[in-house]
Ligand binder design. Sequence first.
Ligand SMILES: [Zn+2]
Length: 268
Amino acid sequence: MWRSRLPDGGAGVTTERARDLAPLAVTRRPVVRLLATLAVVPPVRLAVARYAVPSDCPDRTGCDACGAPIGLDRPLPALGPAARCPGCRARVGAPPAVAEVALLVAVAVLMLAGGPLGVRLALAWWLACAVPMALVDAAAHRLPDRLTWPAAGGTGALLGVAALAGPGPAPWLRAVAAGLALAAGFATTTLLLGRRGFGLGDAKLALGAGALLGWHGWPVLVAGLVLAVTLAALAGLALLALRRLRWSSHLPFGPFLILGTAATLVLV
Ligand SMILES: [Zn+2]
C-alpha cells in the first residue's frame, strides 16, 4: 500500500527495498568501516587490560606500576594503539597495535563471510567479543564469564532475529543445538580429564562459536572444530620445536577455536 516507487527513473526500487539496502550501503563505505573499527578499540583494550589477570586475582582497574586508573572516560594513551599508562608510561594491557590488527582481521572476516544482514550482525557481535577473549586467553589462560556469556547470549539472540527476518526457525534451532552440543562436549572433557581437558571457559566460548557454525549446517560445525584442533596442534608442535613450550605446559584453546570458527565461516 505504501510501497510507492522511488523517483529513480523507473528502475523498479521500492521504498521497502531501499530500506533493506541502506545498512549495506553504509557498511560498504571503507571510511565508515574504519571509523567503526577505531571506535571499538578502547572498549576492547579496556576488556583486555581488565581481565588479563590470573583468575584468582581481582580485575585490573589501574596501571600495575603506578596505580593510575584506566577507564573509557580518559582512553588515550592507555586504551589506544600505544597502550601506555598516562602517569608512568608503563605498558597497559595488550601490546601496542595488537588489538588494532586483530580488529582489522575481524573486519576482514566479516566482509569475506558475507551472508544476510542479520547473520552478519550476529557475527560482528561475536567477533567484537572474540577479539578481547582471544587476547585475554593468550595472555592469562582464562576466558572470563563477563565476556563469554554476553558473546553467547548476543550471538544467539541476533541469530534469532536473523531467522525471524528470513529463513524461519530451522537454522536458528540447529544453531542453538550446535552451540549446546559443542559446549557440552567441551564440558565433558573438563569433567573426565580435569586440567588436561578443555576448560569450562572454552565450553562457554563454544556456545557462540558452535551456534555461528551450526547455523550453516552440521558439517560446517564439524569442519570448524577440526580446523580449530588442527591449528592448536600445529601451534603446539611449532612451540615445542622452538622450545617455547614443554609437553607438560597448557596451551590455551580459546584463540584457536576463535580462529578456526572465523576461518570456516569465511570458507563456507
Ligand atoms: Zn602507570
